[in-house]
Design a protein around this ligand. Structure first.
Ligand code: NAD
Length: 486
């Protein structure tokens, strides 16, 4: 692996026979030096980087559309909706609020600190590593990058090697826009990333599977590096008996089959009664035909499976339960039809592993209580959805379960809001980002208390010895602030 100094890119070692002992050392040293110089701290520098990232999206729109089409068969509309507009929105939001996010946050004080200045400073961690997956290869790489740059860090970006065309654009074009002394793209798969993770970073932001999340966390623990883990899992979708079937079918089909189902927050399986299932099936068929036509294979709006390995995995899942809708596949195109499975059993692979494809199993339950039992027996999901005309049912589903995000009669659009964190809980991850949550994720919150050098007499009360009267005074002046005194 060779490092192109000044190009912001560490070349891929997968095909490089001249492997050095440590291909990352020079790049990481360069970035650390840039951070130590203070280059990334001023608001003007951060804003300039964010604007440059916006220009990258704007100038290369067509190239990005092409790359996404090659990787995932994404239509321009899907690419815009889920990759470009959302990322641009995050950039604009960060630019709008950057200066207010950077401000020291004054805090209320107790009596013992009344004369001091107490505040929280948001300082950059230093050198951060962002590792991204393939399913939204721009969004899930660049949205964390917005937070890391806004917070004033130097960044190593590791896109997924699986979404090859997008990886190429990120590696070859993006570094031309950002300051190359504090930004680098590193290419590689599991082996190279494993070697990269041997290095010390000040923060690691990982998006991917729980399996690799554990590898990343283990590597981070060797350096006590803090991590955000944005992981996946099986997202339940409860459908109550009183729902209008067509409304539910439209909403569920839209976000189950978007990006050919390769979406971390998509509903992974439906829980409903057998009666609701009977009403839902024709409605789902209706929605699929309306969205993708009689022959979904020829629809320009339906994506393709990312690679052969995932195609074969998904084709295997089509054997679970009984196919009620779809079920067709074509290996030459990595096409899998929008599919609904019924009569699936809890122990079958389709109900055990994250599906991550255009397949929707329906499992029967007798009602909300049983659905909640099924949900709570499993790992905490990234997303949980409940559909009902009764707000009480939706509120119960919310109150009696836990998940990274929750949708009542709605899905998917959380990710378009910079005002809400996207993140998992338990097995679906830790930490969150988007908007100010990204800025906070990539900032160390440093508690600062500044006192004057004089007035030493005032401190006497806290020093030993501690007669009774002194203890009483100390208890009083150290008690938490009873009202906000800034
Ligand atoms: P993955 O875990 O296989 O790979 C993610 C990244 O880790 C890639 O950049 C890859 O190169 C790297 N990697 C893979 N194996 C590694 C190893 N052994 N050591 C070090 N690095 C390694 O995930 P994926 O297949 O790219 O993405 C799909 C998964 O990501 C799904 O589980 C999905 O739910 C999850 N996901 C989560 C979110 C979220 O926001 N929570 C978003 C998208 C995807």
């Amino acid at each position: 692996m060779s490092c192109e100094e000044g190009k912001g890119l560490v070349k891929d070692s997968r095909s490089d026979p001249t492997l050095g002992m440590d291909p990352f050392e020079d790049t990481l040293r360069r970035l650390r030096e840039a951070f130590s110089s203070g280059l990334t701290r001023p608001a003007e520098f951060r804003a300039a980087q964010l604007k440059a990232l916006g220009s990258f999206l704007q100038d290369n729109r067509e190239l990005l559309h092409q790359a996404l089409a090659q990787d995932l068969g994404k239509s321009v509309a899907e690419s815009e909706m889920s990759e470009i507009i959302t990322t641009k929105g995050e950039i604009d939001w960060a630019l709008r609020y950057l200066r207010s996010w950077m401000k020291d946050e004054k805090v209320s004080k107790n009596l013992a600190t009344q004369l001091d200045s107490a505040f929280i400073r948001k300082e950059p961690f230093g050198l951060v590593l962002i590792i991204a997956p393939w399913n939204y290869p721009l969004n899930l790489t660049l949205v964390p990058l917005v937070g890391a740059l806004a917070a004033g860090n130097c960044v190593v970006l590791k896109p997924s090697e699986i979404s090859q065309s997008s990886e190429k654009v990120l590696a070859e074009v993006l570094p031309r826009y950002l300051d190359q002394s504090c930004f680098a793209v590193v290419l590689g798969g599991p082996e190279e990333t494993g070697r990269l993770l041997e290095h010390k970073f000040d923060y690691i932001f990982f998006t991917g599977s729980p399996r690799v999340g554990k590898i990343v966390m283990t590597a981070a623990s060797k350096h006590l590096t803090p991590v955000t883990l944005e992981l996946g899992g099986k997202n339940p979708c409860y459908v109550d008996d009183d729902c209008d079937p067509q409304t539910v079918a439209n909403r569920v089909a839209f976000f189950r089959y978007f990006n050919a189902g390769q979406t971390c927050v998509a509903p992974d399986y439906v829980l409903c009664s057998p009666e609701t299932q009977e009403r839902l099936l024709p409605a789902l068929q209706n929605a699929i035909t309306r969205f993708y036509g009689e022959d979904p294979r020829s629809s320009p709006d339906l994506g393709r499976i990312i690679n052969e390995k995932h195609f074969q995995r998904l084709r295997g899942l089509l054997g679970c339960g009984r196919v009620a809708i779809g079920g067709q596949s074509d290996e030459s195109e990595r096409y899998i039809a929008p599919t609904v499975l019924v009569d699936v059993q809890d122990a079958e692979p389709v109900m055990q592993e994250e599906i991550f494809g255009p397949i929707l199993p329906i499992m029967n339950v007798r009602g909300l209580d049983e659905a909640i039992d099924v949900i709570n027996r499993r790992e905490k999901p990234l997303a949980l959805y409940a559909f009902s005309n009764s707000s009480q049912v939706v509120k119960q589903a919310l109150a009696r379960t836990s998940s990274g995000i929750f949708g009542g009669n709605k899905g998917f659009f959380h990710v378009t809001l910079p005002t809400m964190p996207l993140g998992g809980v338990g097995h679906s991850g830790m930490g969150g980002y988007h908007g100010k949550f990204s800025f906070d994720t990539f900032s160390h919150h440093r508690s600062c208390l500044l006192s004057c050098a004089g007035l030493e007499k005032l401190n006497d009360i806290t020093y030993p010895p501690y007669p009774n009267w002194k203890q009483k005074v100390i208890n009083y002046i150290l008690s938490p602030p009873s009202c906000t005194i800034l």
